[in-house]
Design a protein around this ligand. Structure first.
Ligand code: NDP
Ligand code: 8X3
Length: 259
């Protein structure tokens, strides 16, 4: 049984990976969708697929979450169209590079902080007040195991995901007394475009990262998000850590030797 049939979900970073998988899964659960990311062509293809498969209503908008004015315009356009999201999945994010702090590229730091932290803030500030006024809503922030444990050369990405954890907890206590729920879904390794982005398209390095173990798929994470948003309204899963079975912490991965 789906508790979200007919509800409206806004997913950021829906053009790829976990965001696209969440869009597919929530559409299969019967939700209508608003999909945001920068690559509009991908969003439009996904919208056409989901409208055809599920008869769901899907709107798309080319939104760079780092652009506060663009975020505010896209949120206002939704509300003007009579849509206040019941579910907000704050998923847009990235890691850029892997370097010791004292050797890191400040442009990479800006991309991560502007997207993972400030982008999540801009979207939340533009959307949540409408949910509060409507007296309903569920915010799901995609954090990471990297927001619980640091690892060598993860520094600024780690900091951005520790910040997401703090913001999830902060918005949850700030929404105490309202019916709005806040959940954080924090995965370990997921094979998406994430590592290609982090390593700037170095696919050999990507293959090495996942060598000898089975990472999560974006669909695995979307299944958890679906579970979280399908919980009864008096139930909140505040923080769900979801790991590949072969990964027990950022430092512990069991890799099979090649046969
Ligand atoms: P992908 O690279 O496959 O997807 C990232 C998504 O974020 C894309 O849709 C991309 O869309 C969007 N995005 C990036 N920058 C922006 C921006 N400035 N404005 C709007 N959208 C943006 O990676 P994942 O699906 O793996 O990552 C999704 C989330 O999951 C991230 O927050 C990541 O930190 C987190 N995560 C990932 C893990 C992993 O191992 N893969 C593990 C734990 C957490 P576009 O480029 O079209 O704008
Ligand atoms: C992504 C997982 O371990 O690569 O958030 O940082 S990790």
């Amino acid at each position: 049984m789906s508790r979200i049939a007919g509800k409206f979900a806004l997913v950021t970073g829906a053009s790829s990976g976990i965001g696209a998988a969440c869009a597919r899964r929530l559409a299969a659960d019967g939700a209508h969708l608003a999909l945001w990311a920068r690559r509009a062509d991908r969003l439009e293809a996904l919208a056409a697929e989901l409208e055809k498969a599920h008869g769901t209503r899907v709107s798309t908008a080319a939104v760079d979450v780092r652009d506060r004015a663009a975020v505010e315009r896209a949120a206002a356009a939704l509300v003007a169209a009579g849509v206040v999201p019941d579910i907000l999945v704050n998923n847009a994010g990235l890691a850029a590079g892997l370097a010791k702090l004292h050797e890191g590229d400040p442009d990479d730091w800006d991309r991560m902080i502007d997207t993972n932290l400030k982008g999540l803030l801009y979207v939340s500030r533009a959307v949540i007040p409408h949910m509060v006024r409507a007296g309903r809503g569920h915010i799901v922030n995609i954090g990471s195991i990297a927001g619980h444990q640091v690892y060598p050369m993860g520094n600024v990405y780690n900091a951005s995901k520790f910040a997401v954890k703090a913001l999830s907890e902060g918005m949850s206590v700030d929404l105490l007394g309202t019916p709005l729920r806040v959940s954080s879904v924090d995965p370990g390794h997921v094979r998406s475009e994430f590592a290609s982005v982090r390593y700037a398209g170095d696919e050999a390095r990507v293959d090495t990262l996942y060598q000898g173990f089975r990472p999560l798929s974006p669909d695995d994470v979307a299944e958890v998000v679906s579970y979280v948003v399908n919980a009864p309204e008096h139930v909140t899963l505040t923080d769900v850590i979801v790991m590949p079975t072969a990964q027990r912490s950022v430092h512990h991965i069991h890799r099979e030797e090649p046969a």
